[in-house]
Write a protein that binds this ligand. Structure first.
Ligand code: GLN
Length: 191
């Protein structure tokens, strides 16, 4: 049984909890306090509003202990705002939250109007069937460092990638019924 935490300060928390509860051998846990970081085998940082999530991480005194846990190897997956929270750099913005993953991310990269759309893709390394993708005022990755491997590019923009124990996606698998990316994250934890 794996304990998978969902950072529960703001955003699409319940949606991730719902999908996690459909997977075998997963015990989903809400994470809000530092001691809860000791109980988990992996953590999801959900979509929402990165400015609010970043501020609440600081208010809850979670930013530093979480950074240390991830540096020490805790598997983590940032969806949408979670991608912004994990990035080392933001484009045209000096804000840094966890600053751990060697990527530059642009917030609201599709523009505020065009930022919300749905599509479907095939990603052989993630699933044998097509995966629905939901983008909401989404960021994308504008630069990657040498340690980062790209999982998906859509119209020449990187929207999913990973580095060591860190996974980020611009889109929201938790707003679909498709479990592929949740399963992919669990497989990452096994390795
Ligand atoms: N635009 C949001 C931000 O910058 C992210 C949107 C999302 O998580 N759906 O934080």
């Amino acid at each position: 049984m794996k304990n998978i935490g969902v950072l529960a300060v703001q955003g699409a928390v319940q949606e991730h909890m719902n999908l996690l509860s459909q997977l075998d051998d997963v015990n989903p846990l809400l994470v809000k306090y530092e001691d809860e970081l000791e109980k988990i085998d992996g953590l999801i940082i959900p979509g929402g509003e990165s400015t609010a999530i970043g501020r609440l991480l600081r208010d809850f005194n979670l930013l530093k202990p979480l950074r240390k846990k991830i540096k020490d190897g805790l598997p983590v997956w940032g969806t949408c705002a979670g991608m912004i929270i994990l990035a080392k750099e933001l484009a045209k913005d000096s804000t840094v939250h966890l600053g751990l993953m060697d990527i530059e991310v642009e917030r609201n990269a599709y523009g505020r109007q065009l930022g919300s759309f749905k599509t479907e893709v095939e990603i052989e390394t993630v699933s044998s069937s097509k995966i629905p993708l939901v983008f909401i005022r989404a960021p994308y990755v504008t630069k990657v460092g040498p340690e980062v491997s790209v999982i998906l590019e859509l119209n020449n923009h990187i929207v999913a990638c990973k580095q060591d124990n860190m996974l980020v996606t611009s889109f929201h698998p938790e707003l679909t019924n498709d479990l592929s990316f949740h399963q992919y994250f669990l497989n990452m934890i096994d390795k």
